[in-house]
Structure formats: C-alpha cells, structure tokens
Design a protein around this ligand. Structure first.
Ligand code: UT7
Length: 335
C-alpha cells in the first residue's frame, strides 16, 4: 500500500484585525488578562458580508493547489472540516466543488471541531493509501465571529476565537515517507462541556423563539474553560505519545510539533511535560486566536513559509477540543 503526503498547503485570514483593546471597548475584559491566560494578542474577525466559511476555504484551497502545483481539475475528492458552516445543511464541501469549477467529485463534511483537520487528514490518508483517490483537497475553515456573545457575559469564550481557513492537498508519497500514522479519539460524555446546543434538532429555531428568555444562552457557544483545559493538557501529550510509540520514535525525534492553537498556556504545558525545546513547538495563536479546524493548517502553512519544515523532518500534528475529540498525525515530511 502506498503512503500519502501533504504536497501543498495554503491559508487565508480576513484582513480585519481585532486587538484585545478593541474587545475591551464592548465587553469588560483587558489586554493583560487575555495575554496572560491565553497568549492571544489579536485575532481576525470577518467584516460581515465580506467573507464566508466556504469562501475563506476556497481562498486557502487556491493557495494550497498553487503550492502543490496542480489545478482544481486534478482534485478527485474534497474534505471540509468546520463547526461553522455557511448553512445548517448542506455542508460547505459542495460549495468548494462549485466555486473551484471542479468536476462532480465527492465532497465530505467533517464535524469534529478543533480536531476536524486531523480527522479530515486521516480520512484523506486512508483514501490515498487504498488507491481510491490520488489528489484530495482537505480544508479547515471557521467563521466564529458572527455567532459569539459579544457582551461581558460571553467574555470567557469570545476573546479566544478567531476566523480563518487553511487547506492541504494530499497526494501519494514517493516512498516510505509522508503521513506515517494518524490516531483519532472521542469521549462523548463531555459533549456539553464545549458546545453550541442550538439551533439544531435538539433546539429548533421556533422553540428558541418561543421559549428563550435571558437565561437561555443555548444558541451561543458554551465552554467550561477549566474543565476543558485540564482534559486538553492530558489528552494532547497522550495522543502525541501514541503517535511516537506507534512508529518507534521518542519526543527527541520530533522536529516540529504543530499543535491545535487552543491556548498558548496549553502548548507551553505540553512542551514542558514532554520536555520539548522551544524550537520544536510551533505557535501563532498570538496573531490569530483559536481558529478551531483552521488552526493547524494555518499554523503549518506559516511554519513552512518560515522555513521551519524541511524534507525529512518529523512533523507531529495534534489536536484536542469539543466532543471531546482529540487526534494526532505523524508525518515524515516530503514536499
Ligand atoms: O480549542 C478547544 C479547546 N479549548 C481549550 O482548550 C480552552 C481551554 N480553556 C482555557 O483556555 C481557559 O480555561 C480560558 C482561557 C478559557 C479561561 O482561563 P481560566 O484561567 O480558566 O479563567 P477562568 O474561566 O477560571 O476565569 C477566571 C476569572 C473569572 O473571574 P472570577 O470568578 O475569578 O472573579 C472570570 O470571570 O477571569 C474572569 N474572566 C475574564 N476576565 C477578563 C473570564 N474571561 C475573562 C475575560 N477578561 N475575557
């Protein structure tokens, strides 16, 4: 069976920069609190009407296709990960098919939040390995800003999230390199610790309109921050170690860990507990906040641009988030 590899990466973030000071103009928060607790200095929020989840995904995809040196016509499958689709249904995969003028290729939508990109990459890996598809477009895109509670009530969640998109082209590797393994996990008992409950079949729009009062916040994202944090700092190292063990490597062999950018303190915790050097862990949360399914492909794109990913390097991707779900991918980089 052949291995798959990432042959091109791309990303797009909206132009509009929102600093911590900007947030403090409409909610009781401050730059010091946000920097200290999360490491975030600014994030991008779309100007309403200017960008969409699918549209940002398409922009990231165009860059990934260019970097992979192939055209949209060469893609035989689309996988789109997001928790913030343009529509309740259909998912945004089909919008990419149309926007890029592609043949009637299949389009799969992945609903695994912060782990969405690694889950999607894993699916792409299996399809390429079996020979079913040769060139797969994997996209993670999120438009959080439109649905956040922008009052002091929502500050524990709202200050963290940013908008943006990242994309990868997954193709067949030449030899033994490329994606070595992927590891996926879930624990649904904690589903409501980080969730947006309605509107959905559990909470249809007409019910929300009929029943909602000022105590009903089910249509805003909710996060039990401390609880999520504690699970994150356990699951991240666990799933990274799982990937290393599976392939006979140790943490010293990692050239670059690109964790989902959830919180700088979480990444620092992983670094300390796994005894990784500064240069082994990539962080760009300072500039973009937490962009959920988009965060790993944006970070990996920037790491490549900065020359931090070279052929032969051992790259580890790892994510944890709502579900709970968590996942990792270990890659022997081959451009
Ligand atoms: O990406 C998916 C996975 N997500 C994560 O991994 C996120 C995990 N959780 C976290 O990153 C952290 O829990 C947060 C950054 C969300 C919160 O940090 P924390 O250190 O856990 O703060 P806290 O929620 O315990 O709140 C501490 C205090 C509270 O005030 P009191 O009760 O001590 O008076 C909050 O009301 O900070 C207050 N607070 C804020 N103050 C200023 C909460 N949010 C803010 C804010 N600005 N934005």
């Amino acid at each position: 069976m052949r291995n798959s590899k990432i042959s091109g990466m791309g990303f797009y973030v909206p132009e509009n920069i929102v600093t911590n000071d900007d947030l403090s103009k409409f909610m009781d928060t401050n730059d010091e609190w946000i920097r200290e607790r999360t490491g975030i200095e600014e994030r991008r929020w779309v100007e309403p009407g200017k960008d969409t989840t699918s549209g940002m995904g398409v922009k990231a995809a165009k860059m990934a296709l260019k970097n992979a040196n192939i055209s949209a016509q060469d893609i035989d499958f689309i996988i789109f990960a997001t928790l913030s689709p343009d529509y309740y249904f259909p998912g945004p995969g089909v919008q990419v098919q149309e926007a890029l003028g592609m043949d009637t290729v299949g389009a799969l939508d992945v609903r695994n939040q912060c782990s969405g990109f690694v889950y999607a990459l894993s699916v792409a890996d299996q399809f390429v390995k079996t020979g079913m598809y040769d060139n797969i477009l994997v996209i993670g895109s999120e438009l959080h800003s439109g649905g956040l509670d922008k009052t002091t009530r929502g500050r524990g969640v709202t200050v963290i999230f940013g908008d943006g998109a990242g994309a990868a082209v997954v193709t067949a590797a030449k030899g033994e390199g490329g994606i070595l393994s992927t590891h996926l996990h879930s624990q649904g008992e904690h589903a409501k610790e980080l969730a947006l409950i309605g509107p959905a079949t559990n909470r249809w729009v007409n019910k929300i309109i009929e029943e909602a009062d000022e105590t009903d916040l089910s249509y805003f994202p909710y996060m039990n921050g401390n609880f999520v944090f504690k699970h994150a700092v356990t699951r991240f190292p666990e799933v990274i170690q799982e990937a290393l063990d599976k392939n006979g490597f140790s943490t010293a062999d990692i050239d670059l860990l690109v964790p989902h950018q959830a919180n700088l303190r979480i990444s620092q915790f992983i670094q300390r507990s796994m005894k990784l050097r500064d240069d082994q862990v990539y962080s760009n949360i300072m500039r973009y906040g937490n962009t959920t399914a988009a965060s790993i492909p944006i970070a990996l794109s920037e790491a490549i641009k900065e020359g931090k990913v070279k052929d032969g390097d051992l790259i580890c991707l790892a994510a944890f988030g709502s579900g709970f779900t968590w996942a990792s991918a270990l890659i022997r980089w081959e451009s």
